[in-house]
Design a protein around this ligand. Structure first.
Ligand code: AMP
Length: 431
């Protein structure tokens, strides 16, 4: 299947070719025909599957073919609502890239920054608006935005939206949309609350469900380091120097933790920046921009700030803290190994985090190899399991597989010398 065979028009085909997209991903292949036919869509898909293009391409095509009002300023005809600023910016960038030769104009609005440049862009007229819920409602209430001409609405990352407490905002926004419209609804998971919300938004939707091309855990080389909490900074510096990865995303569970890591790295002469909710939008965008264009090699992020971040050729993910929700681990390591790239994910596990590691291994259905040779190996016995903050779900995509060893004695082609061994319930790591 090619984009041509999906009936994509020439101006969009040209931009896809320039982007190097030769074939549609499964979600694109399934969704684009449904959306071009004008049907509502319920999509169960994670970031990394190509879902942005799956909705952006048909929306651009339909807007292009239906030029809109001949006279007067442009009216907002398509609305995309997404939970975080970073995702909003990324989606708007995608509309800009795929719509380069269509003349379709978009803008993005999100909170945490002054509204002046956003209202200026709106005043000039746009066809597509990408927004986070709070700022959208705010500018609606100030009279800068009318949703009365919306023909296409997209609710992206619905489960994340609910987790972040946006449900009331979403309902208020939906209530303002014209009844006659095409609605798209995407969520990585479909718990009952999401299904219920989708029935309020969608008419008689067609359903599409995809998992990433290869389960993330298969595509990413993984290893875990048992290390005492106090030695994590030294291990991080050691690995960053040894792996020499030019693009490394370090995950911290907390905002303060992320700032501390940046300071520790600075002491060793490693330049890094943190992105999290306490940083100004400008600081976050600057850090992300420097990271994406390669002028800064290390970005330290919390889970919320990093969700959906799409960095081409992200080589290495380091979990400085293991997450207590196992699905978060899969999200994190999925930052590397996106699209066709493969990546490496290294995790630090202190004695309190061993229980988290067990849950992660259960979820991904495989053992994460343990690196036994590094200067700060923690041999302390496992502590009693930490209190769980979330009930455990049964493992998904469970495939019994043998413990895996990183190939070629190295990660990402680097001169890695650790010896991974299978990990398990026991903290013992001798043969
Ligand atoms: P998304 O799931 O929308 O965040 O997309 C994940 C990544 O896949 C992004 O870097 C896209 O640029 C890339 N991508 C999307 N569609 C295609 C395609 N058909 N061929 C190659 N890369 C793609």
């Amino acid at each position: 299947m090619t984009f041509n065979e999906l009936g994509i028009i020439e101006p969009i085909l040209r931009s896809l070719k320039e982007e190097g997209y030769t074939h549609p991903t499964p979600i694109q292949e399934q969704s684009i025909p449904i959306l071009l036919r004008g049907k509502d869509l319920l999509g169960c898909a994670q970031t990394g599957t190509g879902k942005t293009a799956a909705f952006a391409i048909p929306i651009l095509q339909k807007l292009y073919l239906d030029k809109g009002p001949a006279k007067g300023p442009r009216k907002i005809r398509a609305l995309v609502i997404t939970p975080t600023r970073e995702l909003a910016i990324q989606i708007a960038d995608s509309f800009t890239v795929y719509g380069k030769y269509t003349g379709i104009r978009n803008t993005v609005i999100f909170g945490g920054v002054k509204q002046g440049s956003q209202t200026d862009a709106l005043r000039n007229g746009v066809d597509v608006l990408v927004a986070t819920p709070g700022r959208l409602l705010d500018l609606m209430s100030q009279g800068y935005i009318s949703l009365s001409d919306i023909q296409y609405s997209v609710l992206d990352e619905a489960d994340q939206m609910l987790d972040m407490g946006f449900i009331h905002d979403i309902k208020k926004i939906i209530a303002k949309l014209p009844a006659k419209r095409q609605s798209l609804f995407f969520s990585a998971t479909m718990p009952p609350a999401i299904v219920e919300l989708s029935t309020k938004i969608l008419g008689d939707p067609e359903k599409v469900s995809v998992t990433p091309e290869k389960p993330t855990a298969d595509k990413v080389e993984q290893a875990v380091y048992f290390v005492d909490k106090s030695s994590k900074p030294k291990l991080l510096v050691h690995l960053l120097q040894k792996e020499n990865a030019y693009s490394t995303l370090v995950f911290s569970r907390t905002k303060h933790g992320a700032d501390r890591i940046v300071k520790e790295l600075a002491k060793s002469g490693i330049e890094a920046a943190a992105i999290h909710g306490n940083k100004s939008q400008n600081a976050r965008q600057r850090a992300l921009g420097d990271f994406k264009n390669g002028s800064m090699g290390v970005l330290v992020a919390t889970d919320i700030a990093a969700r959906g971040i799409d960095v081409d050729k992200l080589e290495l993910v380091i979990n400085y803290d293991l997450p207590n929700v196992p699905e978060t681990y899969v999200h994190r390591i999925g930052r590397t190994g996106r699209a066709k790239e493969s990546g490496v994910a290294l995790s630090f596990c202190d004695a309190e985090e061993r229980a988290y590691l067990r849950d992660i291994q259960k979820l991904i259905g495989q053992m994460v190899p343990v690196v036994t040779e590094h200067p700060w190996v923690d041999d302390s016995p496992e502590l009693p399991p930490a209190k769980k903050t979330q009930p455990q779900r049964p493992p998904r995509n469970r495939r019994p597989s043998p413990p895996q060893r990183p190939k070629g004695g190295g990660f990402g082609g680097n001169n890695y010398s650790g010896k991974p061994k299978r990990s398990g319930g026991s903290p013992r790591r001798s043969a």
